[in-house]
Design a binder for this molecule. Structure first.
Ligand SMILES: Cc1cc2nc3c(=O)[nH]c(=O)nc-3n(C[C@H](O)[C@H](O)[C@H](O)COP(=O)(O)OP(=O)(O)OC[C@H]3O[C@@H](n4cnc5c(N)ncnc54)[C@H](O)[C@@H]3O)c2cc1C
Ligand code: FES
Length: 1311
């Protein structure tokens, strides 16, 4: 948070900003508050920190300080904000773990909507009755309405349909807001008085001179112009949000930077009779505030352009960016996908330009942008201000932006349109139609503009405009940015929306000439309106006889949350620098498949601070080899590279910036090897897979297919997914005496790292200790791919005999560490006339990347997921692990299960459609019953899929809502709704039987405190918390006495990865056994002195020389190796089921959509900790929603990942959560196979997002039906705005010429 004193208003204002983009020197004279200045776990948590902790809003904790700081900044500006402010302030924050709901609920207690201090409508502090004894409290589920648009609209589930009695035993609260300390703004830290009394700090002229960059802050226009005259190439930086990205990502050097924020002319706003003149360095937030005031105070017709700018600013980047970025920066960047430039063209904005010797005023029109990121402004000119004129009564201005994600994303296409009518008529006098995203610059559709001039605003407008727009806005099939057909369709769709919007406006003033819009036209012509959020969480209460100190089954807060929320939690990059430490940066391959012909590090070595460049030539060839299931990888690429982003060398330097800079100076020459196989299509064509393909059969599929009443065929491509854990991978290797190497690593798999490091260093395992305190999210991505850099770091540390640290930046991490496997699935299914499956044949192709890693197991898991919840007597499966020239793809939550579950559910839907049958009926007819066997002959003794599906459909009122959705779709032409219900089944255990074990080591110290160590590591999933709960129950000591500091190979050896969802199961049982041993040892002392204290028993046992330390090993019983050829074995220990109902609304003109409501019922057995389990369900569901609707990995056809970093790769944000989100844990479902009857929960809920995908498909089908298209269609995953729009054929999309694939090299390819 940056705080600044305004010397005119004498007020302090606070704003949040992205630390990575704010130049340190730009903070001169301002106060900066970081998380450390807000509150501390050592002293007192701030109200914001307390909320996020106790509302369970922190899992891995890596995003938590950012969340706290955004909310804290808001409170500092407005101590009682409303929820729409909260969403605005959080618009630039991302979380990959929680699913956002608990964060919003925690922060909601600080808003106006919370109504009373405790957040309840009937707060005792408002009405004088105690909320804890309120009858309401006993029966009301934790239903939270997070209303961003109005104050009420409370709506609760599932009690509407009469399930109230059941709720009495099931309902509970995940947290109790009445326990929160009220927020007291008077206790906040004051603004530093010294900054208040020193105006010179703001106004003095400054010059900071660094070794590579000089930064000026002139304090008057003349000085600014003089600097620009002296250094024409100097960059003017206000927010640095454009330049900063170029410097960081593109490694661009800007030797002279000039910050004009102390030049009055550039930061002033002047309002006069003609409009408003805005200084070029006025921030977008300030612009927003100014325009809002004008719009609120002036006649509506004068402010139509300003209103359009305000609408657009709502979707422009994030609050953090808008707080610092300036209007001038957006104009001068001249990005072809700028949001504001087309709008400024439409508004008739004029620019004031100035040099030391001249001044001129020009209009932003069709000639202003002269090329890609080029303008008519000359090098030595400064943009001083922008004049925005008022509109008049006959002017109308509207702008639309379509991006992949609604908030904080750059546009795919922006359309800003203005029409002026002859006074009092609907005949056009003038038009400006400006577009972004349709060329290498913002452009005007000039032919369309003139063709529409003088026309009445009636149906003929579309007939004239559509072909003209296509002519005005051509795009080559290979145009940068791709999505060519979609962009062209969008240009028509956005114009159509404009046409409707203006028609609607005219109908108000000329009702006899222009008919009013129909409700469906009205709905689609408006810009997106926020809806309120609401949610419910239901879980079973613990037995009323349970000891109040026994934490099992209670929503206990994550053990690390207080440290996450205060920034005190330590991750690898937070470990303080060691003496002599070196920083490492990676030299990555730029070719997908090539021989390395030479490597020249001389220029890098010449850089001051560079100590060494390490490459394959520095280690013996046999120790350069590594791998996961095979020895098929190298620590440093030796003779050959196999993908873009492979590690070729490591630069060691005394600081990170130097190391990173030096990587660009290492010259590697390559000779390409043909072919480079990038896509699954390439791999299938070249038969590039690890032999032999895996086959699995039951029955006689061929015969059954020929005997089936109906045979249906289809295929589906499911894209991969970047893990996007918030903490990138990193390692710190510290060499010690006698060949010891201590490794601090972001891994889910410490023993694996120990083994691989020992191998490359050629030392016994006992010399390598791997320590993991926590990691900032893993999701499978940190299970094995850590070897891509950790081994190189260990080699370098040993070679230099100095500590070496390497923390990847986001782009490196994304290039190097692989993703979820993209899958291509082909299927053929036979069904009876009643819709009963008779046979299924499926081919699964997984894009594994260049090495095997865990891909065989991923494909195996996919094969064993091919039934999802359905019986089929004849099944024939083939699984192909395809070898390509991509980074090695790897484990990711669900491990092949999500891709194949989607394919199966898509198949069920398409079969049902082809039979004209209700898909839910089709599912019901084919679903397993308890006691059935799977097609791989495993018994399902307690299959709960039917219960989950029935319960969720009843809770969600599916049948009634199906009718409502159908009726909505009959009425609504352009917006369509979709509804889907899907069940899931997920089997647990590692396929490698030996991995299904865990060890624990428990010490009791003489003061009675307990140290629990086990094989699992903490990555946000709450494992440490659950293990402490288990130990607390067994030992009967409060949780506060138990601690787990870290996971270390020196504490518990030979650990399995923390993966496959079973870590609580196996570690829980190991901890339980070790604690039972200790309890038995202490039993005599308890029995002798039953009223005594725990500490006393412990001391007595110690004095008697009883061991107070115990180990235990737990192995999962009953599982056996699965033989795919014979279809024999017991691959899974048990199964978990769940079901979801989702309803979506789709704008069929653009593909924009939102999830209106999702209901989930999930079987987690008897939950060890409902808060953690519900957190896992919500987080996994949101990750699944990202996988299936949003997250798109785009590669160039030469294998370069184009979507590196958060700017190009979008994970779900706050705005993407279902507007109503109801999660219930299935009641009365104890699991005899895991600790305290619980079930694993980490992965399965991700599969529930299938319901969202199918609901979107349902909505598309409704639109296609209107257009007379009833036949089957293929919608690949992710169902992006592009795919959805193109699947909705209509009168607009049909006008866009189809692109003939194969006739050109596209900008990007589907891998
Ligand atoms: C996370 C993120 C999200 C973004 N989202 C969006 C979005 O949704 N929509 C969108 O349109 N853009 C977006 N952007 C781009 C960027 O934020 C905007 O273009 C912003 O307005 C740039 O302003 P700035 O002050 O930060 O520019 P700076 O980086 O400070 O400067 C940008 C360029 O303009 C030149 N310049 C600045 N002022 C002057 C002047 N007075 N005279 C001459 N030249 C000048 C600079 O020399 C430089 O070349 C995003 C950027 C980021 C990092
Ligand atoms: S808790 Fe938000 S990213 Fe992990």
């Amino acid at each position: 948070m940056i705080s600044q004193y305004d010397r005119k208003s004498h007020k302090v204002s606070h704003y949040s900003a992205n630390a990575c983009l704010a130049p340190l020197v730009s903070l001169h004279g301002k106060a900066v508050t970081t998380i450390e200045g807000v509150g501390s776990a050592r002293t007192r948590l701030h109200a914001v920190q307390e909320r996020i902790v106790r509302a369970h809003g922190s899992q891995c904790g890596f995003c938590t300080p950012g969340m706290v700081m955004s909310m804290y900044t808001l409170l500092r500006n407005d101590p009682q904000p409303d929820m729409s402010n909260v969403l605005q302030y959080l618009s630039g924050n991302l979380c990959r773990c929680t699913g956002y709901r608990p964060i919003l609920e925690g922060f909601r207690t600080l808003t106006k909507e919370a109504q009373g201090p405790c957040g309840r409508k009937n707060c005792c502090r408002l009405n004088g009755t105690s909320s804890s004894t309120s009858k309401d409290d006993e029966i009301t589920p934790q239903t939270t309405t997070i209303n961003t648009t109005d104050a009420g609209n409370r709506h609760s589930l599932p009690h509407e349909n009469g399930a109230l009695e059941e709720d009495l035993t099931q309902v509970d609260h995940l947290f109790d807001p009445s326990e929160f300390e009220p927020y007291d703004p008077s206790q906040e830290v004051i603004f530093p008085p010294e900054l208040k009394i020193r105006p010179d700090l703001d106004t003095e002229s400054l010059q900071f001179v660094g070794p590579r960059v000089t930064f000026f802050r002139p304090n008057n226009l003349q000085h600014l112009l003089a600097i620009k005259d002296l250094y024409p190439n100097a960059k003017i930086v206000t927010g640095n949000t454009e330049i900063g990205v170029e410097v960081k990502s593109k490694k661009r050097l800007c030797p002279v930077l000039v910050n004009p924020t102390s030049v009055p002319e550039l930061i002033e706003v002047q309002i006069d009779d003609l409009g408003v003149t805005v200084g070029a360095s006025v921030t977008l937030t300030a612009l927003e505030n100014t325009l809002r005031k004008i719009v609120d105070s002036k006649p509506e017709h004068k402010c139509r352009g300003f209103a359009a700018i305000l609408e657009m600013l709502q979707w422009f980047a994030s609050k953090q960016i808008r707080n610092v970025a300036a209007l001038g920066g957006n104009i001068m960047t001249a990005s072809p996908i700028s949001d504001l430039n087309p709008l400024l063209m439409a508004c008739g904005a004029q620019l004031q330009l100035q040099t030391e010797r001249s001044k001129r005023r020009i209009k932003i029109d069709g000639s202003f942008f002269t090329g890609y990121r080029r303008t008519a402004v000359s090098l030595n000119e400064i943009l001083v201000s922008v004049h925005l004129p008022y509109t008049n009564k006959d002017d109308h201005v509207v702008a639309y932006k379509q991006a992949r994600r609604r908030t904080d994303d750059i546009a795919i296409v922006t359309g800003a349109m203005r029409v002026t009518f002859h006074p009092g008529t609907h005949v056009t006098r003038n038009l400006t139609l400006a577009f972004g995203g349709m060329a290498d610059r913002s452009v005007l559709a000039t032919k369309t503009m003139s063709a529409l001039q003088g026309r009445p605003w009636d149906a003929s407008v579309m007939d004239v405009a559509s072909p003209m727009l296509l002519e005005d806005l051509p795009l080559d099939p290979w145009a940068p940015g791709g999505k060519v057909e979609y962009r062209r369709v969008l240009s028509l769709s956005l114009f159509f929306k404009f046409f409707l919007r203006i028609k609607g406006e005219l109908s108000k003033t000329l009702p006899t000439v222009v008919p009013p819009l129909t409700s469906s036209e009205l709905a689609v012509s408006q810009v997106y309106q926020e809806r309120p959020y609401q949610s419910t969480q239901l879980f079973q209460k613990v037995n009323k006889n349970q000891d109040p100190l026994d934490p099992i089954g209670r929503p206990v807060v994550h053990a690390g949350a207080r440290f996450h929320a205060t920034g005190e939690a330590t991750y690898v990059d937070d470990i303080p620098s060691m003496m002599n430490e070196l920083q490492a940066a990676l030299v990555l391959s730029t070719r997908a498949h090539a021989y390395i012909r030479s490597l020249d590090a001389s220029r890098a070595l010449a850089l001051t601070g560079v100590v060494r460049v390490v490459s394959a030539s520095d280690i013996p060839a046999d120790r350069n080899v590594t791998g996961v299931e095979e020895r098929d990888e190298e620590v440093f690429a030796g003779g050959r590279v196999h993908h873009v982003g492979q590690v070729v060398a490591l630069v060691l330097a005394t600081d990170l910036n130097t190391a990173r800079r030096a990587t660009t100076l290492v010259r590697v020459t390559y000779e390409d090897i043909k072919p480079a196989i990038i896509t699954l299509k390439d791999a299938i064509r070249e038969k590039s897979w690890w032999d032999p393909p895996r086959l699995l059969r039951k029955g006689d599929t061929e015969a059954a297919l020929s005997d089936s009443a109906h045979v249906v065929e289809g295929e589906l491509h499911i894209g991969g997914q970047e893990h996007f854990y918030l903490e990138p991978q990193g390692s710190l290797a510290v060499p010690h005496e006698n060949d010891e190497m201590e490794m601090f690593v972001t891994t889910q798999n410490p023993t694996f790292v120990q083994e691989k490091v020992a191998s490359v260093l050629d030392v016994p395992w006992n010399r390598v200790t791997v320590r993991v305190k926590r990691i900032g999210g893993g999701f499978g991505g940190k299970e094995t791919r850590i070897i891509t850099h950790a081994l190189a770091v260990a080699v370098a540390a040993k070679m230099m005999n100095r500590p070496v640290r390497c923390v990847l930046d986001r782009e490196e991490d994304m290039s190097l560490t692989g993703t979820r496997h993209p899958f291509f699935v082909k299927w053929k299914a036979g069904v009876s006339s009643e819709g009963v499956l008779t046979a299924v044949r499926m081919f699964l192709y997984a894009n594994a990347g260049y090495s095997l890693d865990l891909s065989t197991s991923v494909v195996d898991k996919g094969l064993l997921s091919c039934d999802n919840c359905y019986r089929c007597p004849n099944i024939e499966l083939s699984g192909f692990t395809c070898r390509t020239n991509l980074a090695s793809n790897t484990a990711f939550r669900g491990f092949g299960g999500p891709q194949v579950t989607l394919a199966v559910e898509d198949m069920m839907e398409r079969i049902a459609n082809s039979l004209g049958m209700d898909p839910t009926l089709m599912r019901e007819k084919n679903m397993y019953h308890p006691g059935d066997f799977t097609f791989y002959n495993q018994l399902l003794p307690d299959f709960t899929g039917r219960r989950c599906l029935n319960q969720v459909m009843s809770q969600a009122d599916y049948t009634k809502r199906r009718l409502l959705v159908d009726s909505f779709n009959r009425e609504s032409r352009y917006k369509k709704r979709g509804l889907a219900a899907t069940p899931i089944k997920f089997g647990f255990s590692f396929f490698d039987i030996h991995l299904n074990q865990a060890g624990a080591l428990v010490h009791i110290y003489k003061d009675g405190s307990v140290l629990v160590s086990h094989a699992g590591m903490e990555m946000g999933q709450g494992l440490f918390t659950k293990m402490i709960q288990v130990a607390s129950r067994v030992l009967e000591v409060p949780m506060e006495k138990i601690h787990t500091p870290e996971t270390s190979t020196a504490l518990v050896p030979n650990t399995s990865p923390t993966a496959a969802s079973i870590s609580s199961d196996v570690n829980g049982m190991a901890v339980l056994k070790a604690c039972q041993t200790l309890r038995e040892r202490l039993r005599p002392y308890r029995e002798q002195n039953p009223k005594g204290r725990w500490e006393k028993w412990v001391v007595q046992a110690y004095n008697d020389r009883v061991s107070l330390s115990a180990t235990a090993l737990y192995k999962i019983p009953g599982i056996t190796n699965f033989d795919f050829e014979k279809n024999e074995g017991q691959p899974f220990s048990y199964f978990s089921c769940g079901a979801a109902v989702s309803e979506v609304e789709l704008d069929t003109l653009t593909g924009d959509h939102e999830v209106l409501r999702t209901d989930i019922v999930m079987d987690v057995g008897e939950s060890l900790n409902p808060a953690i389990d519900i957190g896992q369900i919500e987080g996994a569901f949101m990750q699944g929603l990202g996988l299936l609707t949003l997250e798109e990995l785009r590669f160039s056809n030469s294998g370069v990942l184009l979507t590196r970093g958060p700017g190009a790769y979008k994970i779900p944000g706050f705005d993407d959560i279902p507007k109503e989100f109801n999660v219930s844990l299935l009641r009365d479902s104890p699991n005899p196979k895991a600790v305290y009857s619980s079930k694993a929960v980490g992965e399965p809920p991700l599969l529930l997002a299938t319901a969202v995908f199918l609901a979107l498909r349902d909505a598309v089908a409704a639109r296609r039906k209107d257009f007379g298209l009833k036949e089957d269609f293929q919608l690949n995953s992710p169902a992006t705005v592009e795919r959805l729009r193109l699947a909705c054929k209509d009168h607009l999309s049909e006008q866009v010429p189809k692109i003939e694939q194969g006739s050109f090299a596209p900008w990007d390819v589907t891998v």
